[in-house]
Write a protein that binds this ligand. Structure first.
Ligand SMILES: *Cc1c(COP(=O)(O)O)cnc(C)c1O
Length: 434
């Protein structure tokens, strides 16, 4: 490999630049003469000797090897593979973690993080509002493996200490919370975990696990605020174009071995093609997309806020966001600038008819709007709208939804890259009709 001789350290460049170029030299593959890294499609690798094969099996799940600067010995796709590995280097860098292990979906990554952190007899304490499938994983599947789930209000960290028992191993939450956009104070949860950990053995230490899907590492880096492990879906804003599913776990290197072994045996690997899309399109455009979408989200939030049919808007960027101080500390881009993200939630004033105004508005937009699409998922270049009460969060009991700020008149918007005038005009026309 003919190496470049950089005149500045990679850390001296901005994250936006780094996400476009990756490492100066990948330890995963010699692609020094490609402008775009190659995508590798092979399930098995030729081994030049038995000794090389044996060495590969020993080394594949070792973080020391992965971080060593040697090109790994690849054996079989499900163990490890270069396109995925290059993506993992970049994601670890973006999240300020030592290592990253990718998975086939966000849910596969959450399963892996919980599957490696928790053992039989331990318990997870999670915030009461969670992504639906995470809630199902914790309540329907973990108990089969002897792991119990309990729920608490993470918006009040001071009350959380009382929920921790000797069996508690994981504190789990998402921030911003879907769909209400309230924020959990990551540093405050860290302090609760630290108190609980005084006197605990390393293997029983309470771990803080954060789902960073909504914010992405461009707007928030939970590991720097005290999280032990970050999980995220690559299907959403990290992938960015809505073409592939994927997930990632980012942590310190002590987790690498177990995560790699879990992935090998449970088998939820990210396909090289999907990894390549995130590596070549998703990450390199993340900063630009987020900057742009965030500007539009701010404009849309300000428009909605002064509309007579809107009762309230929840977006960390608006002037009267109730957790403004926390938002400014926690949601910052890698240059330290406030980065409230591309997701917003608003509640309409109730109408007179049986159908809520929110349902009517979403239906009207689904039929008549060009710049806004009715769909689940989020973080894409297309603006997506949905009605959480009847769609993404319909599985939760009505009173529980209401108790946590979810309203039948609530609407979730994931802002895309369309011209902001068009998004606002489409919303304005829909609001006239309902
Ligand atoms: C979508 C999503 C997930 C799951 O990701 P998949 O890639 O769909 O498996 C997890 N957490 C949050 C917050 C999400 O929005």
């Amino acid at each position: 490999m003919e190496t470049r001789k950089p005149h500045r350290k990679k850390e001296d460049y901005k994250l936006r630049t780094h996400l476009i170029h990756g490492n100066f030299e990948s330890k995963k593959w010699d692609y020094d003469h490609h402008v775009v890294p190659p995508v590798s499609h092979t399930t098995a690798y030729r081994l030049s000797s038995l000794e090389r094969g044996a060495r590969g099996f020993v080394q594949f799940a070792s973080a020391d090897e992965a971080l060593s600067g040697h090109i790994p010995i690849y054996i079989y796709d499900r163990l490890d593979e270069p396109t995925r590995s290059m993506l993992e280097e970049n994601l670890a860098y973006a999240e300020d973690g030592e290592i990253c292990v990718t998975f086939a979906t966000g849910m596969a990554s959450i399963s892996a993080a919980l599957g490696t952190a928790l053992r039989h007899g331990q318990e997870i304490v999670a915030h009461k509002i969670l992504y639906g499938c995470t809630y199902s994983l914790i309540t329907n599947w973990l108990p089969r493996f002897g792991v119990q789930a309990r729920f608490a209000n993470f918006l009040q960290p001071e009350s959380l200490a009382a929920e921790i028992t000797p069996a508690t191993r994981v504190l789990y939450f998402e921030t911003p919370i879907n769909p209400t956009m309230e924020l959990v104070d990551i540093a405050a949860i860290r302090r609760v975990a630290d108190q609980a950990n005084a006197g605990r053995e390393e293997k029983d230490r309470v771990l803080v696990i954060v789902d960073n899907t909504f914010a992405t590492p461009y707007c928030q880096r939970p590991l720097l605020l005290g999280a032990d492990i970050v999980v995220e879906s690559l299907t959403k804003a990290l992938g960015g174009f809505g073409t592939d599913t994927g997930g990632a776990v980012i942590a310190s290197k002590e987790w690498y071995n177990l995560l790699m072994l879990f992935r090998k045996d449970f088998g939820g690997v990210l396909s090289p093609g999907a990894a390549w899309d995130v590596l070549v399109y998703g990450l390199p455009t993340l900063a630009t997309r987020m900057t742009n979408m965030q500007k539009t989200a701010q404009r849309v939030a300000d428009f909605l806020r002064q509309h007579p049919k809107v009762a309230g808007v929840s977006y960390p960027g608006i002037a009267d966001f109730p957790q403004k101080e926390l938002a400014k500390q926690q949601m910052v881009n890698p240059d330290g600038k406030f980065a409230p993200g591309s997701m917003l939630y608003f509640v309409l004033k109730g109408g007179n008819s049986k159908q809520t105004r929110a349902e009517k508005m979403v239906d009207y937009l689904a039929e008549h709007a060009y710049s806004i699409t009715l769909a689940v998922s989020l973080g894409q270049i297309k603006t997506l709208i949905e009605h959480p009460f009847s769609m993404t969060h319909s599985a939760l009991p009505d009173d529980q939804k209401r108790a946590f700020g979810m309203h039948p008149e609530g609407v979730r918007l994931s802002i895309g890259l369309e011209d902001w005038h068009d998004i606002i005009r489409d919303l304005e026309l829909a609001l006239e009709k309902v």
